[in-house]
Design a protein around this ligand. Structure first.
Ligand code: ADP
Ligand code: ZN
Ligand code: MG
Length: 474
């Protein structure tokens, strides 16, 4: 039996504001527990919330960038439940009148274009963080009251891969907008995934499971793939899917029941009496819209047009705003976009990844990278050595010429200097030499390789080959 996969994602991102949503406490990450709290975010009786206008503005920006209909009138609601990380026993959220509705995000992968409809975007506050020790649990309220944006898609996503691409694209946009840093390891971006199957051709939605606790985009993809198989097996055995919330367990790569629909909480939403409803004018929406920064797709099109990059390279270079900016600063110094693009996508990205450095923290000055690229192009150093020099630049922060001089890495093209190494290789490799003379041209590559080894990669391979050919002429 063929099944259609139906997925809807609920993403929460922490808004990039200096202070919390309804009080003046700092949102800085990583300070001592409970240092960033006050009577409002600790839920003391008699304290009153005051809306942080900056959070609202970021939320509107995101709504506009996702092509939503911005709602002229919106209000906050209380979502009531009892849990130790929620000091007020309710979360200030938005229920029936979210600030933005009916948007979309166009994603593109493997030549496929897909529109994912956005159902709603709303503003709410975060809860505190529970830390479970061996014999007790601790609670840190620094995160309580930090503004979150919830972005909910329609059930438009049809594969784990599509879910992954949607998340990557959403993250990229939110970072470009400056709405959120989206660092998943800091919990700045969290994703719940709803998934159901239905028989191919059916229009009614199947019963869904909601998956939680994935802490990377890959985790979301893996959890969805696991869940597809689980549901498929049940359906094929003629069993029913139970509507429930399931937790992804990274260690076992499986999902486990957390709670079923019957156990679902009734949040008893009601309007937040301490915050007035608010409105936004057409004029203000227009202002925000015209002030939006260039978004990844626009930058990518511009790169294709201005720098003649191909779609793939442009896509990679613009996924991260910081990388796109770095690229453009490099091109300003040295207008060879294709060469620079190759270096950034290849060697530089490899170094960043292996050191877990983010593009916004690239430790290499643009003009140092450009000198390195030029040295390689001019043949002062070989391409292979250039990559080693880049590594050393990351390790030491030194300029490339300094490293090349110190380590004596300059490529040797001078025939006299190469002579000795070449003669040695010829005498030590009588068999290959004979093979070459007998017409086995492959033997040449081996001999050149031996000279490269002798010279620790410093010999200019083209010159070496010329000299070898001359010497081995029959
Ligand atoms: P709930 O009331 O359970 O929170 P919502 O209607 O608010 O459900 O939808 C939550 C998310 O689940 C949305 O992203 C939506 O697209 C998705 N969703 C809803 N129904 C299904 C379904 N049957 N299969 C897959 N995803 C679904
Ligand atoms: Zn506070
Ligand atoms: Mg819902």
């Amino acid at each position: 039996m063929d099944y259609e996969i139906v997925i809807g994602l609920e993403v929460h991102v922490q808004l990039k504001t200096k202070t919390k949503a309804f009080c003046g406490c700092s949102t800085v990450f990583g300070s001592q527990p409970n240092m960033q709290t006050c009577p409002v975010c600790l839920g003391f009786p008699g304290s009153l919330p005051v809306l942080n206008e900056a959070a609202l503005e970021l939320a509107y920006k995101a709504g506009i960038a996702l092509d939503c209909q911005i709602q002229p009138f919106t209000k906050f609601d209380r979502k009531n439940y009892y849990y130790p990380d929620l000091p007020k026993n309710y979360q200030i959220s938005q229920y029936d009148l979210p600030l933005a509705l009916n948007g979309y995000l166009d994603i593109e992968y493997d030549g496929i274009n897909k529109r994912v409809k956005i159902k709603r975007v709303h503003l709410e506050e975060d809860a505190g963080k529970l830390i479970h020790e061996e014999d007790c649990s601790l609670v840190d309220y620094n995160r309580a009251g930090i503004p979150l944006l919830e972005i909910v898609t329609e059930p438009d996503i049809n594969s784990p891969r599509e879910a992954y691409e949607y998340l990557a694209s959403l993250k990229s946009i939110l970072k470009y907008l400056g709405v959120s840093d989206c660092d998943m390891e800091k919990g700045f971006l969290r994703c719940d995934a709803n998934i159901s199957l239905r028989k191919a051709g059916e229009t009614a939605l199947g019963t869904k499971a909601e998956l939680k606790n994935m802490n990377s985009f890959k985790g979301v993809k893996d959890a969805l793939a696991y869940e597809i198989n689980r549901q498929k097996e049940l359906l094929e055995e003629g069993k029913k899917i139970i509507q429930e919330t399931r937790l992804w367990n990274t260690a076992s790569q499986k999902t486990f029941t957390m709670r079923s629909k019957e156990e679902a909480m009734d949040y008893r939403y009601f309007p937040e009496p301490d915050l007035p409803p608010f409105t936004i004018s057409e004029e203000k929406i227009r202002q925000l819209k015209s002030a939006l920064p260039e978004l990844p797709k626009q930058v990518s099109s511009r790169f294709i047009k201005d720098y003649s990059l191909n779609t793939t390279d442009a896509g990679i270079l613009t996924a991260e705003k910081a990388l796109a900016e770095y690229f453009e600063s490099c091109v300003k110094i040295y207008p060879k976009p294709k060469t620079i693009g190759n270096w950034l996508i290849g060697a530089l990205t490899a170094e960043l990844n292996s050191r877990a450095i983010e593009a916004r923290n690239i430790p290499i000055k643009t003009h140092d990278l450009i000198s390195l690229i030029k040295f390689a192009e001019e043949g002062k150093i070989s391409n292979l050595i250039a990559k080693d020099v880049l590594k050393t630049m990351f390790d030491t922060g030194k300029a490339p010429d300094e490293i090349i001089n110190e380590k004596d890495l300059a490529q040797v093209s001078d025939a006299n200097q190469l002579e000795e190494a070449i003669n040695k290789v010829i005498t030590e490799n009588a068999k290959s030499t004979a093979d070459y003379k007998a017409g086995k041209t492959n033997a040449m590559m081996f001999l050149v390789g031996q000279v490269m080894r002798q010279t620790k990669g410093k010999a200019n391979p083209n010159v070496v080959q010329e000299i070898l050919k001359e010497k081995l002429k029959t």
